[in-house]
Design a protein around this ligand. Structure first.
Ligand SMILES: [Zn+2]
Length: 269
């Protein structure tokens, strides 16, 4: 089965994961910038991280036959320090022309604080000025609904942003309709324990349809599974979904969204 992994933090994974993903049919992996598990102490730490995402990691993935793309930003968890965020945002434009960069992400909110909102608006402005796609992280648990509403308000109030060029990630049962109704795309994150389990994600697909929806593993340094997408595809098959319908969610949809950036090309294209 052919699929695209649209959200994975490969810098935290071992080479065996690349082998397993390629063996499972992965055609491309996309890596948004995120929190390293600890706070970086200076903009220089982000500069090195952006080099890793745009130079080193694509080469490492290519060794295992996998196309690697990335998204750049300072993540919401480190956005509380607005001065640091401004300094990091100022670094980003010099990386935007790199061949594997698809857009600005994963931006968004973590604790829904005032400073996080300020930094979110600056990222949205950066994306608008440079005509970039946007990938958004939504907060977890009790903060998710409120955070999703705040994020959608910021995006809708900027007239330069076209909804079809934005994907809101980590949606759940109570936020997916809110997102799809705006014309934006929605991503479901498949985690073994928290976020969406495969069964919940398939329930959401069966309830809301698969238009403008994709699935990802968001695998990182924590408890997560880089094969969550193909495993969920198998579960869809077991539940009677047709091959064509499965391929739409795991391959066609991410390809359609990501191809809005002309740099997103698969080996077969
Ligand atoms: Zn992530």
């Amino acid at each position: 089965m052919k699929y695209i992994e649209p959200h994975a933090h490969m810098v935290s994974r071992v080479t065996d994961d690349y082998v397993r993903m390629t063996t499972a049919g992965c055609a491309a992996v996309c890596e948004p910038a995120f929190w390293a598990g600890f706070d970086r102490s200076s903009p220089d730490g982000f500069y090195d991280y952006f080099c890793q995402l745009t130079e080193h990691e694509p080469k490492r993935a290519a060794k295992f036959g996998l196309k690697h793309f990335s998204w750049l930003c300072i993540n919401p968890k480190e956005s509380e320090d607005v001065k640091l965020a401004d300094d990091v945002i100022a670094l980003i434009p010099q990386f935007l022309n790199r061949p594997n960069v698809l857009g600005i992400g994963e931006i968004g909110l973590n604790k829904n604080s005032r400073n996080e909102l300020k930094v979110l608006e600056r990222h949205v402005d950066l994306a608008a000025r440079h005509n970039q796609l946007i990938l958004v992280h939504t907060p977890h648990l009790e903060d998710k609904l409120k955070g999703t509403r705040l994020i959608l308000d910021v995006l809708k109030s900027d007239r330069r942003i076209k909804p079809g060029r934005v994907i809101i990630d980590h949606v759940e049962e109570h936020t997916v309709k809110l997102v799809l109704d705006t014309g934006m795309w929605a991503g479901m994150t498949l985690y073994p324990e928290t976020k969406c389990t495969p069964a919940r994600a398939i329930d959401i697909l069966e309830t809301f349809g698969s238009e403008r929806l994709w699935m990802n593993s968001a695998c990182d340094w924590g408890v997560s599974d880089p094969l969550a997408v193909p495993k969920t595809a198998l579960e869809m098959k077991r539940r009677g979904h047709l091959t064509r319908a499965i391929e739409r969610v795991v391959f066609q949809n991410p390809r359609n969204f990501l191809s809005q950036c002309p740099k997103f090309k698969l080996t077969e294209d």
